[in-house]
Design a binder for this molecule. Structure first.
Ligand code: ZN
Length: 322
């Protein structure tokens, strides 16, 4: 048996980002059933011991700037059809639903949105998305939208707009997790100032290990941690290391965050089905157990491994969603 297999099975394992819904919308995949393409399906989630998967509704460029809500609704429809058809998945609306899913032997599905375009210009749409089960929103993708500047707009120095500030406050009130991955650096600092709840960077790594603007600087990591937040490790070659796209290099990112702020602020945010290449040793979501084995081999204690696998994100979910 692989080292740590029992611990991996017993721990709550949470992956804070995948793009599988978009792959289904694009017709690359039929549904969440068994598939030999892509990285995430329900059998592989189970094989990987994943208890909670965040399913992002990524807003495609052709729906921007003004049809973001339509794209989100189409993606949410795909997710809800799957939730209606399948007995082995459960919609996660609160922290307690995670325990329910585990007790029933189901994979928890947390619905998130990647791109504030879905909110368009109206808090009524934000509340409607909440009622449809959305519990986390990445305020931007790489571009500028009505809420904030994305990371590709960094030269302007722009952060949150007035509407973006209102959206963050309303998300705090509703119990939705604010996600700062893809946000411009100025936007990141604005969110930390405005948000009364911890925030997450669902799929961003450490810039000190791999210098890419999508990764967080040490100052950002310290501030995120100070605010009680968590960052999920992304498995994309670009953000792990263009030269060493391996499980070990992903673990180097975890080591760096842990050295900086302790084991309470790092988790997993694979970006599976949103990336073309996967790291050696993390070929798809069924391989998540290798993270546990790798952390134990590096001398992490059991409690730290549990926090990194999912405990940290659960803490934020409980705090924000209740
Ligand atoms: Zn992304």
């Amino acid at each position: 048996m692989r080292e740590g297999a029992e611990l991996h099975r017993d721990a709550v394992v949470l992956d804070a980002h995948c793009d599988t819904l978009y792959a289904i919308m694009e017709g690359q995949r039929e549904d969440l059933g068994p598939s030999d393409i892509g990285h995430v399906d329900v059998p592989r989630l189970r094989a990987g011991g994943v208890d909670v998967q965040f399913f992002a509704c990524w807003i495609p460029s052709e729906y921007k700037p003004d049809r973001g809500l339509k794209a989100a609704l189409k993606l949410l429809d795909i997710a809800h059809l799957e939730l209606e058809r399948r007995e082995d998945i459960l919609l996660i609306l609160s922290r307690a639903d995670v325990d329910r899913a585990r007790a029933e032997g189901k994979v928890g599905v947390l619905l998130s949105i990647e791109g504030g375009e879905a909110v368009e210009d109206d808090l009524a749409y934000l509340r409607t998305l909440y009622r449809l089960g959305v519990r986390s929103i990445c305020l931007t993708w790489n571009q500028r939208n009505l809420l904030a500047d994305g990371v590709a707009e960094a030269e302007t120095g722009g952060g949150l707009t007035n509407l973006g500030r209102e959206v963050v406050r309303e998300m705090n009130r509703l119990g939705m997790i604010v996600d700062v991955s893809h946000l411009s650096e100025a936007g990141f600092w604005d969110v930390l100032e405005v948000s009364s709840h911890p925030v997450i960077a669902s799929h961003s790594n450490a810039r000190a290990v791999c210098p890419h603007p999508r990764n967080l600087s040490d100052d950002q990591i310290r501030a995120l941690a100070q605010a009680g937040g968590v960052m999920g490790m992304n498995f994309s070659r670009l953000f792990v290391d263009p030269k060493r796209h391996t499980l070990e290099r992903v673990l180097d990112h975890i080591d760096h965050v842990v050295e900086l702020v302790g084991p309470e602020h790092v988790g997993l945010g694979s970006d599976f089905d949103g990336i073309d290449e996967t790291p050696e040793g993390l070929e798809d979501v069924s391989r998540m157990g290798n993270i546990t084995a790798g952390l134990l081999a590096r001398g992490y204690d059991e409690e730290s491994v549990r926090l990194i696998l999912g405990g940290n994100f659960l803490r934020v979910m409980e705090r924000v969603m209740g």
